[in-house]
Every structure is written in C-alpha cells, then in structure tokens.
Design a protein around this ligand. Sequence first.
Ligand SMILES: [Cu+2]
Length: 644
Amino acid sequence: MTDPAPQATQSPPTPPAPHPHDPLTADEVTRSVAAVRADGRLPEGSLFATVEVAEPTRAEMADFRAGTPLERTIRIVALPGPGASVVEIEVRLSDGAVVGWTERDDVRPALLYDDAYRSILALKEHPDWQAAMVRRGITDFEQVQIDPWPTGSFDNPAEEGQRITRCLSYWRQDPSDNGYARPVEGVLATVDAARGEVLEVVDHGLVPLAPERGSYLPEHNGPLRTDLRALEITQPDGVSFTLEGNLLTWQHFTLRVSVTPLEGLVLHDVGWVDDDGTTRTILHRAAVSEMVVPYGDPDPMHNWKNAFDVGEWGLGRMLNSLTLGCDCLGEITYLDAVVASEHGHPHVVEHAVCIHEEDYGILWKHTDMNTGRAEVRRSRRLVVSFFATVGNYDYGFFWYFYLDGTIQLEAKLTGIMSTKGIPEGGTADHASVIAPGLAAPVHQHLFCTRLDVAVDGPVNEVLEVAFAGEERGPDNPLGNAIGRRVTRLATEQAARRDVDAASSRHWRIVNPGRTNGLGQPVAYKLVPSATPTLLAHPDSSVGRRAGFARHNLWVTPYRPDERRPAGDYPNQHTGGAGLPEWTAADRSLVDEEIVVWHTFGVTHNPRPEDWPVMPVEYCGFHLVAAGFFDRNPALDLAPPDHCH
Ligand SMILES: [Cu+2]
C-alpha cells in the first residue's frame, strides 16, 4: 500500500494583526504620495525627501494598548522647488486626508540623489573644472568619479537659500579602479545642486596623482589563500526565535523591528517576558539617530568635511541588500524594507535587516574545587543588524540580545577612508600616509543613539555611578576602601556627562517606583566603551553643528518631537539645534519619562592596514541588567548536551 497523496489541508497562515509599529509598506507610499499630489498644493516636479510612518507617541501607544484603535499616518518631507524650503506633510491613511501641512524655510533635507546627480553632470560640463582636469593630464572626463558632499555651513553667501554640494574628484583609469586611490587633489567645486549650476571651482594647486590603483578586488590581490577549510553553521532543528510580521521574540526578549529613511533600523517595545507571561519593558524605542564624521585636517581641501551620515545622507536610504553566506552566515531570516524614491515611488530593499542567532562562547562557568564538578552554560545571542553604504564608508549596526538580559549595540566601521593626494615620499600633518602619494586625514566617527528608555515602566531616572579610592583613616586603616559615588542626574545640564574609564563611570537607568526581590530599585546600566567626544573647537562650524557629540551622555524628558540630536535638518544648518538647544532649558529629569542619548565612536588615526579597504573597526556600548533581576537570570539554561 502506498502512502496517500499529501492533502492540502493546511489553511494559509493568518496575517498578523496590524500594529502601529508595522513597517512602511509599498502601498502606503503609493497612497500617501497620491493623496499629496491630489491635494494640489505641491507644484509639479516636487521631490519627496522622506516618506515614513508617523510613529505614535508613548501616550498614543498607551491608548492603543488600552483598546483604542490608532489611525495610521504617513509623514512626508517634500521639496516644492530648488531652494531651501520644505513642506512637512501628514496623510491619514484611512481616508487619504492631508491632515498636516507645514512649510519651513531655510532648512534642507538629507542630500538627494537627484541633487547629487545634477551636481556631477553640471560639474563635468563646466569649463573651469575641465581645465583643472586637463592641467593634471586628465582628458577623458569619463574617467573621473565625482563625489558630491553636503557642504556644511561656513558663512559662504552661496549657502543662503540654496541646496549646495561640494564636490571632490577622483581619477579611475579603469572603471574597476578604487576611486579613492587617486584623488584629484586640489580641485574643489561648489555646486547649486538643486539647479545644477556650478558656483565655483577652486584649484588649490597641483599634486601628482598617486601611482597605485589601490584595488581590493580578488583578481588584483592573488594568489588568494586556499588553506581556510569550510566552516558551516547549521541549526538542524531550526532557529529559536519567531518572527511574526515585525514582532520578534527570542528567549525572554520581545521587540518590534522597523526601518526609517534616516535612522535605518529602529527597535520598538523591547521587553523581557517573565515566566508568568508578564512583559517587563526595557526600551520604548532605540535607534542611531545621528552621527558625524568630522575631519581633522586644516588643509583647505579637507577642512570643511563633516559628514552627518544620518541627517545629511540617511542610513535607511543607503541600506544594503544583504546576501546569505556573504553578509550573513548560518540560519538567517531577513526583513525587507520599503523606502520611497525621491519621485514618490515605493522601492523594496530586499534582505535589508538580518536576524539570526550566534554562539557566543561561555555565558557562565564554575568548577567546584571540592567536588571537581564543572557547570558551564553556552552564551548565545540574537543578532538584528543592517549595513549602510554612505559614499566611501560602510557602516554596520548590530544589536545583540543575550540570554542574561544584556543588550548591546555594536557599530562596524569598514569601507574606504576619505583620502588626499600628497607628493610621493612626502608626509602629511593631521593625516597618515597610507600608500605611496596617498594620505588619509585624521577624523572621528561619532554616533548618537537615542534610547527612549522604559525600564520596567515609563518613569525612569538616571544615576551616575563612579568609584574612587578613599583616604586612609580610622574607617579605612588599610587604605583598601573603594568608595562608590552615586549621583542622581536631576536636570538636563547635570546630565551632560562624559566617560571616565579610570573611575569606571557608568549610568544606571532606574525605575524608582519598582523594586526587585531585594528591595532595590530595578535598573539597567549603560556601560560605555572607551569612547571619545568631539575634538573640533566648540566655536568651529562642526563644533556648533554637532553639539550632541561634545558629550557622551545626555538625558532629556521625553518629548515625541525631539528625535534628532542635531536637529531635524542638519544639512547646511548653522548649528545649535537638537540636544544643545533643548537642554539649555535645563528641564527636570525627576518623575519624568526620559530619553537617554549616548554618543560613542572612535577617533580614527588611519593605518596602512586600513588601506585599500578597512578591516572592520568596532565601537558601541552595552545595556546590562543591574538589579532588574534578583539573581543571574540564566540559571535555568540547560547544560550543553554534547560535552565530551
Ligand atoms: Cu574612519
């Protein structure tokens, strides 16, 4: 007897119920843009800088959980013309009504692809730029790569009322060349990007093109190693997480995942589900909300370079489509992301967010010296990550969740450094020689993570903890005492703080209204890495514009419209917006719902080994349960079953 033919008895899976944190869909882009066009107020040819979900506030989410359905609203930043004006529009999806319309002058969104293309096309046709190329022996202009940059703000009259790019040129003898290997040093152009008009081409003087092509391609770097054997990661029983829509659950963790045009990956409603099914909240929302790459070389070709890769470019607009086996290894689950083109069309980035589990060595271990019995538990982490390519650099952002409740953000810095040509055999102040005739300026990468915290409830406060050796005295006769200083950061200005590794300074995010089984207020602690702050002069352009990077910690009372630490529109902004502006009011942080902002990063002193492509450099921070539980929450892990 043969087996009966399989029957199609399974009903199709029920789609998850709609949720306010669901990611933007293609249909929502199409419908909201159509509603804006139908409204008629935007002129023909207007561009759409960003299209995103207008996220509900904390109060609205509380209503939603209480059973009130939420309206879904889409927020659009449109550019009605070639100047420095935007329109912020809100469209209610249920009936397509335009419910918000705010015209704002003298602000610019992130640099548009359209503006970048216009800058390149205009410059290539400009006689001054062409003459500068010919002076360097470059006559085939197709061989020149032009990189338009946001210009910053330098009191240049050309910046007024316009969308400006500054353009750098690089020679690629062959299209497969690494453009950054041969900067066309000395030639700096300023372009009215929206109108495609070259405003200025400055030639700071000839520097010979660097001799090497700087290829990182395998065909130019052989013979390739052949002695690495296969390393397979398999999970024969499947993964231990579930993904339903964008609701991710793994071990005790629950969270939602979405993507915004500027921040890229956003985490919502991160919580810990107790054994009794109660969800204890940790983070209401978390994302890298701004970053800046200030270059530290006073050379006039490079002294204006300060890339705000969130607000001037948009990590979500630059998302990579990840590939299995290359970007991600093992049992991988992907989420696609929808972004809108500048012409208002939806575009699906496939495999934009990678979700998987990784073995992470030992979580805990002890060998009882009396009995000889060893107990060991493996650590494993859930990884939620994405990569964005912003011009020459590539950034990965990896959120890790661990079995003991720890949450980590790791930024991975790779790609190609911004370079400058130097005379062969020469040296460079404020820069490192990385190849013959080639240097890379010293620079920083400073990331600001907005942590909308809700540790075991909405009202939290921050305590700074630091340690110091105490003076000898009657209470400390041996001089061994380590004093623990705990300071409540009660106002915004008191909460502008920097790391201090020598005192193990860190910050406890406490819910003063909840205690653990030992009677202590429940808390997570923010453990910073050895991270710098902004080194540019406070009165410099970037010193004013990237105020968020001048301190590692900021705390503000929760305000739904305070989302961007350098302000909503950092492109060509003169500075002062965002965290410095808000915290000047020195608002109280007591009995408040609060937001913790953490700036971390690296000061990059370029190495020859960073050339021609940079091995990943890591930076980030940890959020560690610190009295959130009554004991090690991972005692219930089963011992590994294949010890031998
Ligand atoms: Cu760098």
